[in-house]
Design a protein around this ligand. Structure first.
Ligand code: HGY
Ligand code: MN
Ligand code: MN
Length: 395
């Protein structure tokens, strides 16, 4: 609730886009809380934050708990934030109980998980996993042309620590499910076994700007009419691969955007998700065929750029088992579940044993200011997180 006061949304949620002043203020608040809990806080060259609680042997690879503090523009107060602050709560609880672990424990705040301001998403965790270079990350620009590296410098979080390249014993992330299953089926805990595959496209359509009053319909090359057909195709393809396939057009910009000019250009985003990589490829093939047909019909040119793609992720068996055993020990109802959302854990799973814990969220709502959880769900998630971390950090 405290951190939600920073970048508070107009309707009760959060609006803390990556590397804005609100993101800076939330980072500073987290840093102050971590320091008050006895942690040393390090920042790497893409702004990833690591609050470290020492263990008996600090040469050993740490157990890391993390998630993200950046939000969607009309985001909720719990997406990402729950995972970071539950990690801090684990540290505080170990302090309260004077528990010393063999291994150090770190609480991470990954930069730009959402990808709402700088695309693609999960830049910080992906760079830590060696997927993107520092230069690639620093060169990303937002819609207004602001550059990631300059914004990072501006808010004072351009750290000096090298990105990644160090072993982790394990990584755990607590996150709201962001879907309706756990609440609807009355489970306290989701034991996340997999995360579905994800594909992000940028599509640029070029037609011809023309006078809205004098240009006959048959002579038009209307980029927005073509875009509208592509939007319908994305939805039709996703529905044809339901219940697991999903497709979304989240952004659509019309040029010149004047009411009496036939749109000459449209840039739009498309994303597809599916638990099977083969099906994701099929969905993309179906879309490409539709785009070719629409481009011919509307006499426009269309360019598709793949911005982000990762295959479905299978989380580490040992981490999954330790999470399930912790839920059992606490007597929490639990079920295995596949994550429909993307998470930093999806990249960290490439370089370290990784597990995710879900708690329910009210009506499965997320990426909406109405996002909400019940306190007992947060407690159950944090308890399972603490138990799993203790198992790996070796008391
Ligand atoms: O897009 C996602 O799945 C994540 O919530 N950013
Ligand atoms: Mn998230
Ligand atoms: Mn999110």
């Amino acid at each position: 609730m405290e951190i939600a006061k920073i970048g508070a949304g107009a309707n009760g949620g959060s609006n803390r886009l990556t590397l804005t002043d609100a993101d800076r203020d939330a980072r500073e608040l987290f840093r102050s809380w971590a320091a008050a809990a006895g942690c040393s806080v390090k920042i790497d060259a893409v702004g990833n934050m690591f609050a470290r609680r020492p263990g008996r042997d600090n040469t050993l690879p740490p157990v890391v708990i993390g998630s993200h503090l950046d939000t969607q523009p009309t985001g909720g107060r719990f997406d990402g934030v729950l995972g970071v602050l539950a990690g801090l709560e684990v540290v505080r609880s170990l302090n309260d109980q004077n528990v010393e672990t063999l291994r150090p424990i770190e609480v991470a705040n990954w930069t730009n998980e959402e990808g709402a301001r700088f695309s693609p998403g999960m830049l910080g965790s992906a760079a830590f996993a060696g997927v993107y270079s520092q230069n690639f990350v620093h060169s990303r620009t937002d819609e207004s042309g602001k550059i990631f590296g300059e914004e990072l410098q501006r808010i004072g979080f351009a750290g000096d620590v090298r990105i990644g390249g160090r072993p982790l014993r394990a990584y755990f992330e607590l996150h709201i499910e962001q879907g309706p299953v756990l609440e609807a089926e009355h489970f306290d805990i989701g034991v996340v076994t997999h995360a579905q595959g994800l594909l992000w496209l940028d599509i640029d359509i070029v037609g011809f700007e023309a006078h809205a009053g004098t240009t006959p319909m048959k002579r038009r090359r209307d980029a927005l009419v073509a875009a509208a057909s592509i939007v319908a195709a994305v939805s039709d393809i996703a529905v044809s691969f339901s219940p697991n396939g999903v497709g979304t057009v989240g952004q659509l910009r019309v040029h010149p955007g004047s009411r009496n000019v036939v749109p000459g250009a449209v840039s739009m985003t498309v994303e597809f998700r599916h638990p099977s990589e083969g099906t994701l490829t099929d969905m993309m093939a179906r879309l490409q065929a539709a785009i070719d047909q629409i481009s011919t019909q509307c006499r426009v040119t269309t360019r598709c750029t793949e911005v982000l793609r990762y295959a479905p992720v299978e989380f580490d068996r040992e981490c999954v088992d330790i999470i399930r055993a912790a839920a059992e020990r606490f007597g929490y109802s639990h079920r295995d579940i596949v994550s429909g959302a993307a998470h930093d854990a999806c990249y960290i799973a490439r370089i370290a044993p990784t597990g995710m814990i879900f708690c329910p969220c009210v009506d499965g709502i997320s990426h909406n200011e109405r996002e909400d959880i019940r306190p007992e769900w947060a407690t159950a998630g944090a308890n399972v997180l603490l138990d799993a971390v203790l198992g790996m950090a070796e008391v």
